[in-house]
Structure formats: C-alpha cells, structure tokens
Design a protein around this ligand. Structure first.
Ligand code: HEC
Length: 296
C-alpha cells in the first residue's frame, strides 16, 4: 500500500517538474522576443514574402548591383546616397543576407555631406515617401523628381503593394516629433498658398524645383491628400522669404514691406514694378489701393 502511495507521489512530483520546466521555457521564449515589436515583425515579414519579389520585378534591373560592385559603392562617399542593393548573378535578391541589405536600404535614411536620402518619410502617409513617389509618373507624383516611369498610375497592383508595405513600416516606427506650426506659417498656408496656386507660380517653367531662377518652390504631390506636407509648406515659406537665395529683399522685412521683390515683380512696371519674365500683371496696385481707400 505504502509503495503505491510513494509511486503516485513520485508521478505527481515528476508531472509538476515537467509543467514547471515548460512554463519556464515558455516565459524565456516570450521574453526574448520582446526586442522585436509586433509591428516590426509584420513589416519585415511582408518585406521578405512580397516586397523582395516586387523589387526584383520592378526595380532591381536599375537599382540592383553585384555584391562586389555594392561593396565598392559603399566605400565611395559620392555613391552613398544612391539607392542600390546587392543582387545575385541572375539579378535577384535571393539569399537572407541580400534580403537584409535590401530591407535596410529601402527603409533607412542616409546622410552624407549635408545631403540626405530619405526613402521612407515616417512623419507622413506612405504617399509622401520617395520610395513610392520616385517611380510613379509625374501626373500623380508631381514635378519634384526626375525618374524613369515604373508605375504609370497608383492603381498598379505593385504600387498598391509597395504602398501597403511602406505604411506598415511607418506604423512600426515611433512618430517623429513635429514642430508646432507658428502663426506666420499658418497664415502662409491658409492665405498665401492659395494665391500662389491660383496664379500658377508652381508651373514647371516658373518656380518648380528644377528652374534656373532665384525662387524654387516645391510643387507638391498631386496624389497626396492635401498635396503638400508640413515640411513642404515650411520649405516653400522659407523660399518665398528668400532663404537660400542670392536675392536680397525678396520680402523687405526690415523696411518698407511694399518694396519687397515678391510684390514689385508682380505689379505693372508703370506702377513701380520691376521686370518679371513671368509677367507683371499678377496684381494691380491701383485696384488694390482704390479698394483699400474707397470700399468703405
Ligand atoms: C529604368 C531604371 C529604373 C527603374 C526600373 C527604377 N529606378 Fe529608381 N532610379 C533610377 C535612377 C536613374 C535614379 C536616379 C539616381 C540613381 O542613379 O539612383 C533613381 C532613383 C531612385 C530613388 C531616389 C530618388 C531621389 O530623389 O533621391 C528612389 C527612391 C527610387 N529610384 C526608387 C525606385 C523604386 C522603388 C523602383 C521600383 C519600383 C525604381 N526606383 C525603379 C532608375 C530606375
């Protein structure tokens, strides 16, 4: 009788030991996974299962280089801001090592000599990211980049897939801290931007990013809701004020505001305007003054 009890006790003890060991190992496993956030995992998984093949289909013929060539480019500061990833002899991102490099290159911002390559813009919807906009046709992406057209429209299924991955990637990163919008910037966005758009200032031959004159403006992204990101507005406001321009008095902040080039370039010469290749009849000082003095 005693023998049976002892056997039972040993059995129970053994079972308890096994359960305990299982619990410990389960805890250890979940603990070791906490370094990877669930979102991170989802983004990486989508990259490995679908995006690698998409890059090989649509981008690797231009952006893929041999492993040796990639190593060479990485040692050359002039090439560091080019978007490149290593591929195998058949031009594919085929091994885990190649996938790892492609993943990092597609998502990571690089800085070199004061310039940047930002493939994914973590502070905005995916449609503001270069990785998605560069290969999209000008009709939808706008005139801010020059790139061979890979996606003729945002309805291309590969475009939609790439957009989905970029959004997953953005959602997995902590949202960047945005500077609060100052009243001057809000005024620019609400009051000045509509005038610039209405008067056609963003035209590719007028004040787009590629023009050879002193005022370069970001023309926005047609396919993006609201067309402009806060960063584009910020940059455009600084350009309108004459930052990074050889011209002084773009806006005559320290003196008579009416002597600003931004105004003088756009009124008739007979009213004190200065010659503007784009035309001098954008505003009429006489109607403005009449309205001001006589509209009651
Ligand atoms: C026919 C060739 C070609 C194809 C296909 C191509 N690209 Fe490019 N891409 C270029 C060239 C040329 C540049 C300019 C600089 C350089 O050489 O990388 C460029 C630059 C870029 C840039 C950087 C833009 C900048 O302003 O810095 C991104 C991002 C980019 N491509 C993404 C893609 C993606 C994503 C695909 C596939 C969906 C793709 N490209 C397909 C040729 C191509």
């Amino acid at each position: 009788m005693n023998g049976i009890v002892a056997k039972r006790a040993i059995k129970i003890l053994l079972t308890l030991c096994i359960v305990f060991a299982l619990l410990i190992s389960w805890q250890w496993q979940t603990g070791s996974q906490t370094t990877v956030t669930p979102e991170d995992g989802v983004s990486r998984q989508l990259f490995d299962t679908e995006i690698v093949a998409l890059l090989d289909r649509r981008c690797s013929n231009c952006h893929g280089v041999s492993v040796a060539e990639y190593a060479r480019l990485e040692t050359d500061p002039d090439s560091k801001l080019l978007l490149r990833w290593p591929v195998d002899a058949s031009g594919r991102i085929s091994s885990p090592d190649l996938r790892e490099v492609a993943y990092e290159r597609a998502r990571t911002t690089r800085t070199e000599g004061g310039n940047k390559l930002v493939p994914i813009d973590a502070g905005n919807p995916a449609l503001a990211s270069k990785l998605l906009l560069a290969p999209l046709s000008e009709t939808y992406a706008g005139m801010s980049m020059v790139h061979p057209v890979t996606f003729t429209s945002p309805t291309d299924s590969d475009f939609i897939l790439l957009q989905r991955w970029i959004q997953t990637e953005i959602d997995s990163q902590p949202a960047p801290v945005k500077a609060p919008v100052t009243p001057a910037e809000r005024f620019f966005v609400d009051q000045v931007m509509p005038i610039l758009e209405r008067k056609g200032c963003f035209g590719s031959n007028c004040h787009g990013l590629g023009v050879f004159n002193d005022l370069k403006l970001h023309p926005g992204v047609p396919v993006l809701e609201g067309r402009f990101t806060a960063a584009m507005h910020h940059q455009n406001r600084l350009s309108m004020l004459g930052h990074n321009s050889a011209q002084i008095n773009m806006v005559h902040l320290s003196g008579d505001i009416e002597q600003s080039r931004q105004l003088l370039k756009n009124i008739p010469i007979s009213q004190g305007g200065i010659l503007h290749k784009g035309g001098n009849n954008f505003f009429n000082m006489v109607t403005r003054i009449t309205r001001y003095c006589c509209s009651g």
